[in-house]
Design a protein around this ligand. Structure first.
Ligand code: ATP
Ligand code: MG
Length: 367
């Protein structure tokens, strides 16, 4: 499984992984997840989670525009979480990271490999190496032959990483892992396999995250990502329509959407249904595009994640339009759930916690 940890000033080659929380800083909110491991390899336990809303404009397109605002939300979210763990695993937005698979001689030792990776990285990265943080991971034998190994290199501008690290620090927490959002999410997808009779490992799964501002499609076949696309479509659009149609504040519109407040009777027919149909049509088009541009003619499952995945009727609309078995992701399906957590709330929130859960799993890496 791919795992990236950018070289923030910490000991990358430590032998024991410290306890850490998964913290996903995204457009609409900060999600915090604490996982534990049960004794005797009895699996994971979801100890705690919290979702702390962010004001509009604090994080946009994955950029942290207001560090103080985000840090104070993180601090607040962490207090609500009630954990003693102050180490956090964060994720950079996928678009902020350049990745490249290269082949290197298998016999290289760690130091030589680092040297080679830097030399190769120079060719692919449009910035000076002084400005970037670099990480690499040996993925395994290369298709090119036995003497070669396939290596994934990942690079991101230092300025990007520094903002994330600064948010944690200002909130009184410590970033010990800086990963990439898509990798964290894919890690959690394997847990979603618990919801399916035969898992997801040898299947083709269209993994669709519908957040506030964006819809992200990631097709994984046999555990490998074969296609990704981003679309500018998300739940925020519906929130805005509710605000405009009923003259409501953003908070009231959000609450109404979640079924916590009462919306006018015309909401379901005039706003929700057209939005759901539009999302289903966009997903169907995106899948058609994938089929025509790849060797694959069908996916086995569509897995819907992100906060907007729980919109009433969305899974059925996608299943009907795209003619694929569709389910709403629950990364905690195979886990023990702490008695602190209310199952009905978790049911609603779980699809939005994929990235945070994938980050929380980093705690159990034998790094
Ligand atoms: N219970 C719910 N019912 C309907 N919509 C919901 C619910 N919970 C969250 N949402 C919507 O989901 C969106 C937030 O989803 P999510 O937290 O996955 O987005 P994000 O990661 O912050 O955004 P992005 O991925 O676009 O950066 C918001 O538009 C919110 O209104
Ligand atoms: Mg998101």
């Amino acid at each position: 499984m791919i795992k990236v940890n950018f070289d923030i000033p910490l000991d990358l080659f430590r032998t024991a992984t410290p306890p850490m929380l998964g913290v996903d800083i995204s457009t609409s909110s900060i999600k915090l997840v604490e996982l534990g491991a049960l004794p005797k390899n009895a699996g994971y336990i979801l100890e705690r989670y919290a979702i702390e809303p962010l004001p509009k404009g604090a994080v946009q397109d994955g950029n942290i525009d207001k560090i103080e605002v985000v840090a104070s939300a993180l601090q607040h979210g962490w207090k609500r979480l009630g954990s003693r763990i102050a180490n956090v695993a964060l994720a950079l937005p996928t678009a902020a990271v350049i990745t490249k698979k290269i082949s290197l001689p298998a016999e290289l030792n760690e130091e030589d490999m680092e040297y080679q990776v830097e030399a190769e990285a120079n060719q692919y990265i449009p910035f000076s190496l002084d400005e970037v943080n670099l990480d690499f991971q040996v993925l395994g034998a290369s298709a090119a032959g036995e003497e070669e190994v396939e290596v994934l290199l990942a690079a991101s501008r230092k300025a990007n990483i520094e903002d994330y690290v600064a948010v944690a620090q200002t909130a009184g927490l410590k970033a010990v892992v800086v990963d990439v959002e898509s990798y964290a999410r894919e890690r959690a997808l394997f847990l979603v396999g618990e919801q399916l009779p035969n898992g997801v490992r040898d299947k083709c799964v269209a993994f669709i995250d519908i957040g506030a501002a964006s819809l992200n499609l990631d097709v994984l076949c046999n555990g490998q990502s074969v296609y990704t696309r981003d679309h500018q479509l998300g739940g925020e659009q519906l929130t805005q329509q509710i605000q405009d149609a009923f003259g409501l504040s953003r908070e009231k519109a959000e609450a109404g959407k979640r079924g916590e407040g009462v919306l006018s009777a015309s909401y379901a027919h005039d706003l929700l249904q057209p939005f759901v149909d539009n999302v289903a049509a966009e997903i169907t088009r995106a899948l058609q595009f994938f089929y025509t541009s790849s060797q694959y003619a069908q996916v086995d499952y569509v897995v819907l994640a992100g906060g907007s995945a729980v919109l009433p009727g969305l899974d059925a609309a996608v299943a009907a339009a795209a003619e694929v078995n569709t389910l709403v992701a629950n990364p905690f399906a195979g886990m023990t759930i702490s008695s602190r957590i209310r199952p009905e709330l978790l049911q609603r929130d779980a699809p939005a916690l994929m990235t945070a859960c994938g980050l929380a799993l980093r705690r159990f890496d034998p790094s």
